[in-house]
Design a protein around this ligand. Structure first.
Ligand code: DGL
Length: 262
């Protein structure tokens, strides 16, 4: 089936997931929607997050998507059940990778950096209760981080100060895994690697989401059987500078088109 896979996020963060999707499914056509005009979602009330998600889904359905990847932890943990109830199309979501961190942890302490929306969601509490019997989960809200990433302002010293503040309570508990619970945060890995001791592994859910997407495509017999490289379309409803930079740097070798309007 040649119809595209739809991918959306509150902004540019989901491109970290898109990258993994393209790696595993290079022949699929994909449409990426960055709702940057409404970023960040992380501090918004649940009803507003759900409404924004529906708007993004409607847009991707207009563009004839066959499956939608919710490339945003905040959107997944607050809205995916409602989306699955309302729409017939299959959805793949992203949640913080607590399970592999808990299973791998030797110090029996892991850190989760995510938005307020994710950390206060019912879905997140259920997952953390399930896997954290013998492991301490140090949750920290990454307030203000998404704004720096959206602005492409990764070398700003204020960002480093903020990150230091956020990882300190985790280091105080001797974590050996840091779970990135927001799809924007993989863009912070270079900075985080400098701030964290060598024994702390940083993990995110990008590869798992790509594998799950592949599985759902197979289960529903909707894989694109073409052997040609898929086409990637990017849409944003805000200033496209950061997205444009990411597209040029990370998706250069792909057939892609960037549209500055949704
Ligand atoms: N990238 C999103 C996430 O994974 C949302 C960040 C935000 O908009 O607050 O949680």
């Amino acid at each position: 089936m040649k119809e595209p896979i739809g991918v959306f996020d509150s902004g540019i963060g989901g491109t970290s997931i898109l990258h993994e999707l393209i790696k595993l499914l290079p022949n699929e056509n994909m449409i990426y929607v960055a709702d940057s005009a409404n970023a960040p979602y992380g501090q918004k009330p649940v009803e507003e997050i759900v409404a924004l998600c529906k708007k993004n889904v409607d847009l991707l359905l207009e563009k004839k998507c066959k499956l939608i990847v919710v490339a945003c932890n905040t959107a997944t943990t607050n809205a995916i059940s409602e989306l699955r109830n309302q729409y017939k199309i299959p959805f793949v979501g992203i949640e913080p990778a607590i399970k592999p961190a808990v299973l791998g942890s030797k110090t029996k302490a892991i850190g989760v950096l995510a938005t307020k929306g994710t950390l206060t969601s019912e879905l997140f509490s259920k997952t953390s209760d399930l896997y954290a019997e013998n492991t301490e989960i140090v949750e920290v809200i990454g307030k203000g981080l998404v704004e720096f990433i959206e602005a492409g302002d990764l070398l700003n010293p204020k960002l480093e100060i903020l990150l230091k503040k956020y990882v300190q309570p985790m280091l105080d508990k001797d974590i050996d895994y840091l779970v990135l619970g927001c799809s924007h945060y993989p863009y912070l890995v270079p900075l985080l690697s400098e701030l964290l001791p060598n024994n702390v592994k940083i993990i995110d859910s990008g590869e798992a989401v790509a594998r799950q997407t592949n599985q759902i495509l197979q289960n529903n017999c909707i894989k694109n059987t073409s052997t040609a490289l898929g086409e990637i379309l990017f849409f944003t409803n805000s200033k496209a500078d950061t997205l444009e930079k990411i597209v040029n740097e990370r998706f250069k070798s792909k057939k892609n088109i960037l549209s500055k309007t949704l």
